[in-house]
Design a binder for this molecule. Sequence first.
Ligand SMILES: Cc1ncc(COP(=O)(O)O)c(C=O)c1O
Length: 396
Amino acid sequence: MKKEQEIKQLFETYSLNTYKRVGPVFAKGKGSFLWDSEGKKYLDLFPGWGVSILGHCHPQIVKAIKEQAGKLIHLPNNLFQEEQAILAKEVIKSTFPGKVFFANSGAEAIEAAIKLTRLYGNKNGRYEVITMKNSFHGRTFGALSATAQNKYKDPFRPILPEFKEAVFNDFESFKSQVNDKTVAVLLELIQGEGGINIASKEYIKNLKEFCKERDLLFIADEVQTGMGRTGKLFCYQNYNITPDALVVSKGLGAGVPVSAFVVKNEVADLFKPGLHASTFGGSPLVTKVTLEVFKIIKKEKILRNTEKMGGYLLKKLNKLKDKFTFIKEVRAMGLMIGVELSVDSFPVFMKAMEKGLVINSTHQTVLRIMPALTVKKEEIDKGLEILEEVFKEIKN
Ligand SMILES: Cc1ncc(COP(=O)(O)O)c(C=O)c1O
């Protein structure tokens, strides 16, 4: 049996069937490229589902992992360590005056955010959180309950009841969900899983002002949009607002599992010892590597590249839109890009993979392209060449 078939057989026999896995067996990666077990090379314009912002195996990240692994990998959170403290300072310096809690995944940090809403609202009997239709906040029970998409929730009902759904980008819809039990709004500024839907500046301004007037917490889920993806370090910085709390993950550790929940100073003291914890959260290994990510972003001028390459990719995709009538719209901010088709996007994703290009298909008809923020112009050109070939086949 070929190695690839053997591995696939192992998955089928031993792994819980929660993922729809496709394509070959991948064996190694470097920058924007992956190689499968047969040695075939792929251009990866969706590395690590938005995680690998510095591409695969960035040499400085590899070095930081090796060095820290030989020094101290894990330490429980009842003891002091240097790495986590320094990273916390870096995160706060990069966001707003506040405090940070480190966890391991997006959903885990969202859980901390949901707990904040309870701590904040309990003083006056408020507990309802408004979230947006087509949002995605994760798979743990709280995060799932906050996710306003029935396809994820229906198999698990009854879910937690205290979440209200509003239409994204519709301020009137938001207001209609507010009552005297409302304590917070939780939203993605750009919905990722929901198909790259970008919040308008006007909407966010209205929402933020309303939250201030009505003493509601404005919580930004930047699991996907954070760490430079949109051309600013955090997406909220494109909107000239400051959230009351922020959730970041995916690109934060550029591949190591880490998330951060940042809370503004005014409410941070609601968390007291014993109210929240995570065994693995903020280990010296991941915090040291994450600190390195911040350094690389500055040193390699990653934000400038994101803006430049994002603009280039958007322009080229719009040219493709003029050629193929089934491309309905291209939506983008920085290197977070959605191409809305009038046909199913999954076959496009599969055909692209066969031709050596990795992208993503989401929300039935949307192609999601989120390259490494280090992506080069030639790589974008190559990717678009393959995509155009696929589009030609789809057309025929
Ligand atoms: C906006 C957003 N929030 C939360 C999550 C959940 O993150 P994780 O899968 O790390 O739990 C995701 C994952 O895709 C996400 O895109």
